[in-house]
Design a binder for this molecule. Sequence first.
Ligand code: BES
Ligand code: MN
Ligand code: ZN
Length: 496
Amino acid sequence: MPGASTPSRYSSSAPTKTAASVLVLAAAEGSVLGLDSAKSARTSLETMMAAIGFTSRTGATARIPSPKGFAADSILLVGLGSFDPASSGPESESANAEVLRRAAGNALRQLDGVDQIAVALPTTTPGDVEAVTVGADLGAYRFLDYISDDGDKAPGAVTVLGPRGKAFVSAHATGATLAAATNRARDFVNTPPLDLYPETFAELVRDQAKAAKVKVTVLAEKELEAGGYGGILGVGQGSTRGPRLVKVEYAPKGAKRHLSFVGKGITFDSGGLSLKPAANMEDMKSDMSGAAAVAQAVFAIAELELPVRATAWLPLAENMPGSSAIRPSDVLRMRSGKTVEVTNTDAEGRLVLADALADADAEDPDLLVDVATLTGAQVVALGNRTSGVMGAETARTAVTEAAERAGEEMWAMPIPEEMLSGFDSNAADIKNSGPRQGGMLAAAAFLREFVGEETAWAHIDIAGPSFNTASAFGYTPVGGTGAAVRTLVELARNAD
Ligand code: BES
Ligand code: MN
Ligand code: ZN
């Protein structure tokens, strides 16, 4: 697969003494940060900054030749607004971390074709170094696998500069792992569905597992039939490329807690016979973003050797209107034994998730989280950058708090009690498409029917945040974003 961009390195050499084509420095309220031990270099730079009218506004950048006193050829200034590295308390800690991630990302998005880049944002704690690393490595991401002339279209070698010491080196490594996992999820999302379909998706995960401490199991059509996975099979049967169910397991010795993740893996969502309109149908290559996120989260948890058991379930299918496709009015017998009347073949995500949720739930995990590009209604309710989180209160809170620390925007939403009756069917136990109003919440009500009442379950709808069709911002590119990967890993970091 897809070679994601190379991760950054770490060095504690002084910013002024670091040779580079570009040295990235931050400014807040007219002062350059992180140059306290190089007063004269700092003063010359601040004079130049004033001369060009650099405002330090959040998101502002300017690239200028280095004044005397710097070993680097040029300097890229990034504005941090009124950032105060000294402010403390857990809330400002996570806010500051996000300022650093975005600043580093903004910088790296502008440095195509630059080979030696040194990033010297203000870092005093290991958490700061982790944040800068995540932002830099995510901002350096480019997807060039299908671009014939890819020269000078990406940044070259990146070094993150920060304090000396083991804790900082290890924070950099953690940040690099988080970013690499997110970037790998982006690669999966960006790969066209001609090349990425259930079988190839499963093969890529299997290949990745060869170099990791995880076990991968793939169920193909025969096994899915034997196991009664009516949801996955039903959605997949309109495509010539059959469905799969992939299980990715990391089970370190002595683990006390078990986190289980389920990710929607529709490698292309045409809508099936309930065909989608042509406009923007191309975005539906991203309908496997949940599956990519949960798989990469487990690989990252394994790479970080976190002391928790983590399992990812990936129900993979291509939703196509082929002549063997399911029809509106068909009834599927699901893995759990429930029957579902299909009234809209475009409500396919909940069908594949239902089967995987039933299996995940049967293992009785301590926390069960599903991640899915499930509804257009998510975008209507919360916009393109904020995911909706529904489910059992404890699980939902664990997810939104982890998201806050990880720097992902997620918001708790209810499952109102009247939602479920909208799925009443005369032909089966339940139908698959319910009320249009509150569609995101309705979809959650459907999913809940396939999870035990006692299970600490949360559902994250990432329909908007998983795929950026507007412009790049901070460390987020156009296309696949890798949404939810960092939040899932954060849940595992906090689990013991
Ligand atoms: N994959 C779509 C949801 C989606 C829409 C994701 C836009 C990203 C951007 C999902 O399978 C779908 O089609 N949902 C329907 C459900 C409806 C038929 C009940 C929707 O949201 O319209
Ligand atoms: Mn659909
Ligand atoms: Zn879909």
